[in-house]
Design a protein around this ligand. Structure first.
Ligand code: NDP
Ligand code: 2IT
Length: 457
């Protein structure tokens, strides 16, 4: 028995190592994609040891290759009538469980590696939600900072002039991500509708409520993150009440994570943007942060003008030197490295959960796991946003609109289910408490079973 299991384990390891070696060779110039793939692939060896049928079907060899990658020119005119050119992307990675689904990111750092890492993660995240959505992601290297509203509109229209032919409510359903919120989704939706000549509301999610958007979509990722952490705390007989929390970022995810954590009685003492961070020992004034970020579109450093006792520090990495019980990275990928993780551990942090996608690098994750920090990985912890996007699609299909409370209750239940699936899978495969392995396996199994059923293609 022991020998048979060991030979299965050896075969599983050899299979995973072989696929990862090929992936590295083919994608040597895509570090973010390789990083996301490595985390997932290494988690799967215990699954393949118990289920060699996934090896027979070469599921891993197939799933790491996107269905297709679309890359296109986006030409638009700025306010000085100069013609500007950006690159647009849509990575349609896997549609076994439902139409491709995932956000659009507008940020100057966007490239094919970042698009692929996000789309790959999205496959398993979306599977975890239990909703019928496949995995995709898109965006552009367009920089929205400093652009006028008219420039944003013209860019969004130009972007959709090509993207529209690749998407549809039953094909591929984009939404927001960094640099893309309800305003941008509105401009893209208008252009899609004009080009198609039909009111296909379910083609984009994150629309404003009133013309097809779901109530609670804006809040969903941040609230969902806090609901997930609530389950993690519960596991350790803890509560949010009076815990000190550090949240990075001050965008959509960060703001609503702060709101819900404060609602549960936590003291959130810091948040940031890409220029620096603020520390408010009395607790963040969220109304002020919303005014600065959502209404005025200003930098977070202006916070200290209204709250002079608070501190502003240039640069974002040192936010992780602030002592806290719970750390919620909600800005961007690789914002926590080994050094920051070590400091968090030394300062006594006991819970880390990822609102952003891949904010902790692989070394940082290992430091958390080895030091008894309970760690909630992105694809489980931040799945609330896309889950409510799927609820928006359901409302659009049935031409109805649910109340805020209805959507919020469904979101809460979905986050509890994701936590349970991740925890149970970790236990089943011999790594109790490791939600990285648990969420990767739980998400992968759903997609893999669908791929087996659909046959080879
Ligand atoms: P926003 O554009 O609303 O906010 C992004 C925030 O992160 C801003 O405060 C921004 O600062 C900061 N930020 C962006 N890039 C960097 C950087 N390179 N270094 C430091 N800070 C940076 O985006 P979201 O809040 O929507 O997204 C945040 C994260 O959450 C991303 O990783 C995204 O993929 C993930 N996510 C988003 C979901 C959603 O529903 N929106 C769902 C699940 C995950 P600045 O203003 O200076 O650029
Ligand atoms: O990373 C993510 O899950 C998102 N940006 C949300 C995607 C969506 O389709 O709502």
């Amino acid at each position: 028995m022991t020998t048979a299991l060991s030979s299965n384990e050896a075969r599983a390891k050899e299979y995973v190592d072989g696929i990862f070696a090929q992936l590295k060779e083919k994608n040597a110039h895509q570090p973010e994609f390789l990083q996301a793939a490595e985390e997932i692939l290494l988690s799967l060896a215990p699954l393949f040891a118990q289920h060699p049928e996934y090896i027979e079907h070469n599921i891993l060899g197939r799933i790491v290759e996107p269905d297709r990658i679309i890359s296109f020119r986006v030409a638009w005119q700025d306010d000085q009538n100069q013609v500007q050119v950006n690159r647009g992307y849509r990575v349609q990675f896997n549609n076994v469980i439902g139409p491709y689904k995932g956000g659009l990111r507008f940020h100057p750092t966007v490239n094919e590696s970042i698009m692929k890492f996000l789309a790959f993660e999205q496959i398993f995240k979306n599977a975890l939600t239990g909703q019928p959505i496949g995995g995709g992601k898109g965006g552009s290297d367009f920089n929205p900072k400093g652009k006028s509203d008219a420039e944003i509109m013209r860019f969004c229209q130009a972007f959709m002039s090509e993207l529209y032919r690749h998407i549809g409510p039953d094909v591929d359903v984009p939404a927001g991500d960094i640099g893309v919120g309800a305003r941008e989704v509105g401009y893209m939706w208008g252009q899609y509708k004009r080009l198609r000549g039909a009111y296909e509301a379910g083609v984009l999610t994150g629309k404003k409520p009133g013309y097809g958007g779901s109530l609670a979509r804006k809040e969903a990722t941040g609230y969902g993150l806090v609901y997930f952490v609530e389950e993690m705390l519960h596991e350790k007989n803890e509560k949010f009440l009076d815990k000190t929390v550090v949240v990075s970022g001050s965008g959509n995810v960060a703001i609503y994570a702060i709101e819900k954590a404060q609602h549960y009685g936590a003291k959130v003492v810091a948040c940031s943007d890409s220029s620096g961070y603020i520390y408010d020992s009395q607790g963040i004034d969220l109304a002020l942060v919303k005014e600065i970020k959502e209404e005025k579109g200003e930098r977070i450093k202006t916070y200290v003008e209204s709250r002079p006792h608070a501190e502003y520090h240039e640069g974002c990495t040192n936010i992780w030197t602030i002592p806290c019980d719970i750390a919620l990275p909600c800005a961007t990928q690789n914002e926590i490295n080994a050094e920051s993780a070590t400091i968090l551990v030394q300062n006594g942090a006991k819970f880390v959960a990822e609102g952003a996608n891949m904010p902790s690098d692989l070394e940082a994750i290992n430091i958390f796991l080895e030091n008894d920090v309970y760690f909630g990985p992105a694809k489980a912890a931040n799945a609330g946003g896309v889950a409510v996007s799927a609820l928006e699609m359901a409302q659009n299909s049935s031409r109805t609109a649910w109340s805020f409370q209805e959507v919020d209750e469904k979101l809460h239940q979905i986050m509890k289910d994701i936590y349970k699936q991740s925890k149970d899978a970790a236990e089943k495969y011999g790594v109790a408490g490791n939600l990285v392995v648990g969420s990767n396996i739980a998400g992968f199994v759903k997609v893999a079973d669908g791929m087996v059923a659909e046959g080879v293609y």
